[in-house]
Design a protein around this ligand. Structure first.
Ligand SMILES: [Zn+2]
Length: 350
């Protein structure tokens, strides 16, 4: 960890020299985080060592009372400054993992790494049709957009899912046949092997999901840092009904994945010192049909000049303003304006 911190520090310096302050800040924060994690780990290890030593000394007859007396205050001091729970070994099936619960950086560290900043802009995130994730930041009357494409990862995921489903149906058929002929007997080796293969495929899909969520969330969060975003609004994952024409576009993110992305963003923003009320989910109803400028109902059109309606078209056209917008961008901007009602649960709006 100290090595990783040092590496990030040099990278941050280089980024600063080459005129990329945002990257420098990002790397600086990561370096500080690694250093903090290292400190937490060392602290925890020392506590374990000392308490172990203490119990051994206490067990022995007539051993050094002086050492016991000197150990106790040190342990108390370490425990007082401890910020994470002790590490533990978890056994799941035939896999053993060591879990080290680290705490996110706290106030002073954040201030040192990021500096004091005033956050006051708002941002909306839409699960797009052409682009999987569209982030829009509102600065006064102006908007800044970030279109996130994780095509490569999403395509890989789709492929794996298809493989898993295909294999599942083949295996199901084989199992059926086997049961009809030799009911009561356990399945033969080649069928069981297929089962393991399917499980492995789903494992890969889950790992990819985690990677996609992490990539999208990290880019979202740092874009928000660049533009000093205070509150972030996400399209609610429960109210998704599928846009017109979404079937033939494979990179529409599933609800499961969308939920993971929101959770990851929430976690990352909290570790950057934002309040837990800085991420909200809103009902996206009508956000894809209304104009974000005047609120009139518009229509979907084929391209940036056409004005005749086409369901599932890439662009949005508002007749009142006589303007074209990218459909996903328009929806993301609308999401910013779906205001949370007064009687809502924290972090969620009706
Ligand atoms: Zn309009």
């Amino acid at each position: 960890m100290p090595q990783a911190a040092a590496k990030d520090k040099t990278k941050a310096k280089k980024a600063k020299e080459s005129g990329d302050p945002h990257r420098a800040r990002r790397l600086g924060f990561r370096a500080a985080m690694f250093k903090d994690m290292h400190q937490q780990l060392i602290n925890t290890m020392e506590i374990q060592h000392l308490t172990h030593r203490l119990t051994r000394l206490k067990g022995k007859e007539g051993s050094a009372v002086e050492e016991i007396v000197s150990l106790q205050p040190r342990i108390a001091e370490l425990k007082g400054s401890r910020r994470s729970a002790p590490p533990r070994l978890v056994v799941r099936g035939n896999r053993v993992t060591l879990q080290i619960p680290f705490l996110a950086p706290d106030g002073p560290l954040l201030k040192k790494a990021l500096g004091g900043k005033k956050y006051k802009t708002k941002a909306g995130v839409d699960r797009g049709l052409r682009v999987p994730v569209v982030l829009s930041v509102m600065k006064g009357k102006k908007y800044r957009e970030l279109l996130l494409k994780v095509e490569r990862l999403v395509k890989k995921r789709e492929l794996l899912r298809k493989q898993a489903y295909g294999l599942q149906s083949v295996t199901d058929r084989k199992k059926n046949n086997w049961e009809r002929k030799r009911s009561g007997l356990s399945y033969p080796g080649h069928v069981l092997k297929k089962d393991r293969h399917i499980a492995a495929l789903w494992g890969k899909v889950r790992r990819l999901d985690r990677e996609i969520a992490r990539v999208v969330a990290s880019r979202t969060v740092w874009f928000c840092e660049e533009h000093k975003v205070k509150t972030l609004f996400f399209e609610d994952l429960r109210s998704f009904q599928g846009h017109a024409g979404s079937k033939d576009l494979s990179y529409n993110l599933s609800s499961n994945l969308w939920g993971k992305i929101i959770d990851t963003v929430r976690y990352m923003r909290e570790s950057l010192g934002h309040s837990k009320y800085s991420v909200w989910t809103v009902n996206p109803r009508y956000t894809s049909q209304t104009c974000h400028v005047c609120g009139e109902r518009g229509k979907r059109v084929e391209d940036e000049i056409s004005t005749s309606e086409r369901k599932g078209g890439e662009y949005f056209y508002c007749a009142k303003c006589d303007e074209h917008f990218h459909a996903d961008v328009n929806a993301a901007r609308n999401i910013i304006h779906v205001h949370p009602g007064p009687s809502t649960v924290a972090g969620r709006t009706a």
